[in-house]
Design a protein around this ligand. Structure first.
Ligand code: SF4
Length: 209
């Protein structure tokens, strides 16, 4: 029998979505290992290398186990970069079981089918976005650091439809980065830019995963 396809998984766990417009919703997270980028502000460095190879059946069993105790409707694929590995066959299967599916991606890879919610989080220095993702985004999340230039916000606002919010997420929820977010929102108002907001990482405030 041919070997079963595997995915390298960093962790699978239940929590409340801490970021973006879905903040506060009960969610089961599948964190995939590996990332093609190395952002200085990365808060999931453990997912760059660490993880274990799991077959699709093992992943589904783990999700089922968690779901028995925590029957959340949403599954969030995060990382690392979840689109670095071929998750499409697993996604199809999970979709047919009735889950709502979110992918949090750095946007450098083309999208896959059957995703209900794409969170697009382009990263420095290139802030490259795979063109097919532009019209699939439900939200655009930008980590703001002292190095983030205002022109990046302007570029992103131009690229995405106006109804898609541009969420400014202060690096590590720091006061310095939050102040930069506030000043950028004020500046965006002066420039006539619409649909920007600050988005803190709720899970870090609450001390949960
Ligand atoms: S893209 Fe995301 S996971 Fe990858 S290095 Fe940057 S912050 Fe970390």
């Amino acid at each position: 029998m041919p070997p079963q396809p595997t995915l390298k998984i960093n962790e699978i766990f239940s929590s409340f979505q801490g970021e973006g417009l879905r903040q506060g919703e009960p969610t089961i997270f599948v964190r995939l290992s590996g990332c093609n980028l190395r952002c200085s502000f990365c808060d999931t460095r453990q997912a760059w290398e660490e993880g274990q190879d799991m077959t699709h059946a093992q992943i589904k069993n783990k999700i089922d186990q968690i779901h028995k105790e925590f029957p959340a409707n949403w599954l969030c694929f995060t990382g690392g970069e979840p689109l670095l590995q071929n998750i499409q066959p697993l996604i199809k299967d999970l979709k047919s079981r009735g889950f709502l599916l979110q992918v949090e991606t750095n946007a450098t890879f083309p999208p896959i089918a059957s995703i209900d919610w794409y969170t697009i989080s382009p990263k420095p220095r290139a802030y490259f976005i795979s063109p097919q993702l532009i019209h699939l985004a439900k939200e655009v999340k930008l980590v703001i650091t002292p190095d983030t230039e205002f022109r990046i916000l302007q570029d992103l606002r131009r690229q995405f439809p106006i109804e898609i919010p541009l969420l400014l997420q202060p690096e590590f929820n720091t006061k310095t980065a939050t102040k930069i977010c506030m000043s950028y929102i004020e500046k965006s108002l002066e420039c006539g830019m619409k649909n920007l907001r600050i988005s803190l990482q709720m899970h870090k405030i609450l001390g949960i995963r």
